[in-house]
Design a protein around this ligand. Sequence first.
Ligand SMILES: Cc1cc2nc3c(=O)[nH]c(=O)nc-3n(C[C@H](O)[C@H](O)[C@H](O)COP(=O)(O)OP(=O)(O)OC[C@H]3O[C@@H](n4cnc5c(N)ncnc54)[C@H](O)[C@@H]3O)c2cc1C
Length: 429
Amino acid sequence: MPPSKTEPVLIIGAGVFGLSTAHKLATSGYTDITVLEKDDRIPSRFSGGYDLNKIIRSEYIDPFYTQHALNAIRQWQTNPLYQPYFRQVGFLNVVTGEANEVVRNALAKYNKSVAENPAFDGYLVPCPDADHIRRVAPQFTGALPGWKGYLNGLAGYAQSSNAMGACFKACEQLGVKFKLGADGDVAELLYQPGTKVCVGARTKSGAVYKASRTIIAAGGFVANVLPSIAEQVTAICWGVSHIQLTPEESEQMRGMPVTTVRDIGFFFEPDPATHKVKICYMGGGYTHTAQNNGKSIPYNSLAESAYIPAEDVKQTRRMLRMAVPHIAERPLIDTHLCWVADTDNSDYIIDFVPESDSSLVVLSGDSGHGFKMMPIFGDFVQDLLDANTQKLARWRWREVKRDAAGTGKQISWRASAIVDLDSTPRAKL
Ligand SMILES: Cc1cc2nc3c(=O)[nH]c(=O)nc-3n(C[C@H](O)[C@H](O)[C@H](O)COP(=O)(O)OP(=O)(O)OC[C@H]3O[C@@H](n4cnc5c(N)ncnc54)[C@H](O)[C@@H]3O)c2cc1C
């Protein structure tokens, strides 16, 4: 039987997955939705989506995600809620001359995946050397040593915090209730005595929210709310930094494609409002292993996440020197760690928690590629609720034991190992 749309629904986390789900359920007639969020504002500064921008691309080695990403891009192009935040500047996917074989192979697979898909006909520009890259990215003034790859014009980026803010406002207009700060920071789930049937949650302020359906969308923090998921999800982060340009400098770089240098990182055209260039060193990602239980969870406070490792600075400058040397030595500002919930094979987890009698849903395992799906992610959740089961095996809750080598074993794009933050020096900026 389909779920009753008047049942109280509780969503824990107003990040990308939580907001998208709230919006979808509210537009499809659910009348009693409450969203709990630990930050005292939305867009939440704890969200992995809290950023100037995120890449919106559909390159996936796995055609399953390519198709979903294409569907999402159509929404970014046309849905009035999201369209104002989308910039279709293209996605330049390249390697440097120093890239190792794993990275070069990954690029070749991405290239093949789009070249063989008719959806990209007319959008792809091969870039076999630096001269070809300069034709599609004339903003680059550097030598681009050994750079090669391709441009995909059916891609770009979204102003992610702004898009989340717009979705939040739309949810409020649809009658979704939001509880923020201590009143929204979930301390524990509540269960029917002696069972795993969830009846709601208690927040740090002591407030109790009862619901017949509780949906956890807590990003990298998920294991704090649902410890049993830690066997299949690890909180990992990457460092994000910015360079402040003048309005004139910003204008000179306008229209630059989002550039992913697969063996180093990625950077964006300057933000039109703030004139900041956002940069991210990709590496393998970092964990923060809690002393008490050996699980990786994000730092609890924003202040603790407000830095990047020294390696990130080194690699960021290395990448910029090759492409835009005139800004490569500028101060790196607004540095922070950005957290996600990572699974061994990068598949999402969108499922009922076992033995919860469909009372508890978890939306997790974004694995660093969830933002682009924001316009359609709520559809995935509605499908789950309507079917009362996860029909797609790949998105099911899984009883996986992590291998001794740690995470990332099955990920073909990951060029380097995941590093614990405690074992790597911090940047002194
Ligand atoms: C550096 C970096 C770059 C990325 N780039 C891209 C990209 O280019 N393209 C792309 O598609 N994706 C990208 N992502 C991934 C994207 O940001 C995530 O996939 C997305 O944010 C996942 O959404 P989520 O809702 O699961 O988690 P989040 O967006 O992190 O939201 C989780 C929310 O839960 C709240 N919360 C946590 N615990 C509690 C609690 N106890 N009580 C109440 N609320 C709680 C948090 O405050 C937060 O608001 C990137 C991520 C990082 C870190």
